[in-house]
Design a protein around this ligand. Structure first.
Ligand code: PBG
Length: 309
């Protein structure tokens, strides 16, 4: 198995390796350095895929047979020769606040500094209207947290799942409600890939690791992202959940609920967020994502010039 060398990547790969070893498979873990680990430039300028393409190259060169990504770091376009063999059960997808003195978002005073490198988090924090000052930051989980413990920033926002996987949930001062902060599409989910022609391995990975509900949810969120990428350059948040609903005969059925948000240009160049929600049958995940994207575009997502930067 190939992995990046970060604490988070090693934890994620180790978790998948343990599940495979439990089936009797023999697993060796190989560390691959990616350009995203070497460069400390802001992510929006170095582009999506900086963490994932080097791993995929090692896979296609037969140097490794299985790779594990944070699903949200994958580009939406499929990669020729590579199969998504499994989407394991998702961790909590929500974002988390780590603030000084145990503060919550609502308790931070106007002017408080909040660090994030994400346009999605920045746009949603601005839209809350709390008067927070958003400071662009990068680095691994430890580097970001240290900015709060060292007193350089009042708070940082990170994915709860990443903190959970490296055993740091106790530093979280508030898990953010998706009503305030919709996570990145596929946040908290993993993508396990192998070569498309490695059919036996693909079957083993699917049978051992794949979770149908997570796959459906992530399919809806990523379809929304792909459709919005085509239509605008706005930051996007999305969260799909499997919910219980009543069918025409009053029987309880499972359906997918999808919430989405994207930035729009408000008055005098201010960033506002538009939001929408829709519900569909579980086998309509991809269509649900596309439909919700169309609704967000109708509401002005990304228009007129795109607010991504
Ligand atoms: N952007 C980097 C990244 N990619 C995946 C995670 C966390 C784990 C996950 O969402 O699955 C993180 C860190 C973060 O956003 O705080």
């Amino acid at each position: 198995m190939g992995t990046r060398g970060s604490k988070l990547a090693l934890a994620q790969t180790g978790h998948v390796a343990d599940a495979l070893r439990a089936t009797g498979a023999e697993v060796e873990i190989v560390t691959v350095t990616t350009p995203g680990d070497k460069s400390m430039a802001p992510i929006p300028t170095i582009g999506v895929g900086v963490f994932t393409s080097a791993l995929r190259e090692a896979l296609l060169r037969n140097e490794v047979d299985v790779i594990v990504h944070s699903y949200k770091d994958l580009p939406t376009a499929p990669e020729p020769g590579i199969t998504l063999a499994a989407v394991p059960p998702r961790e909590d997808p929500r974002d988390a606040l780590i603030a000084r003195d145990g503060l919550t978002l609502g308790e931070l005073p106007p002017g408080a500094t909040v660090g994030t490198g994400s346009l999605r988090r920045t746009a949603q924090l601005h839209a809350l209207g709390l008067g927070l000052e958003i400071v662009p930051i990068r680095g691994n989980i430890d580097t970001r947290m240290r900015k709060v413990t060292d007193g350089e920033l009042d708070a940082v926002v990170l994915a709860r799942a990443g903190l959970a996987r490296v055993g740091l949930v106790e530093v979280i001062t508030e898990t953010l409600d998706p009503i305030q902060m919709l996570p990145a599409p596929a946040q908290g989910a993993l993508a396990v890939e192998c070569r498309a022609d490695d059919v036996d391995l693909e079957q083993l990975l699917t049978a051992t690791l794949d979770d149908e509900g997570t796959r459906a949810a992530v399919t809806a969120e990523r379809a929304l992202l792909a459709a919005l990428e085509a239509g605008c350059s706005s930051p996007v948040g999305a969260l799909a959940e499997i919910v219980e609903d009543l069918d025409a005969e009053g029987k309880v059925v499972e359906r997918i609920s999808l919430r989405g948000t994207a930035a729009v240009e408000g008055e005098e160049g201010a960033v506002d967020m538009v939001r929408a929600i829709a519900l569909a049958d579980k086998d309509q995940a991809a269509q649900l994502g596309k439909d919700l994207a169309a609704e967000l575009l109708d509401l002005g997502a990304g228009a007129p010039s795109g607010t991504a930067e």
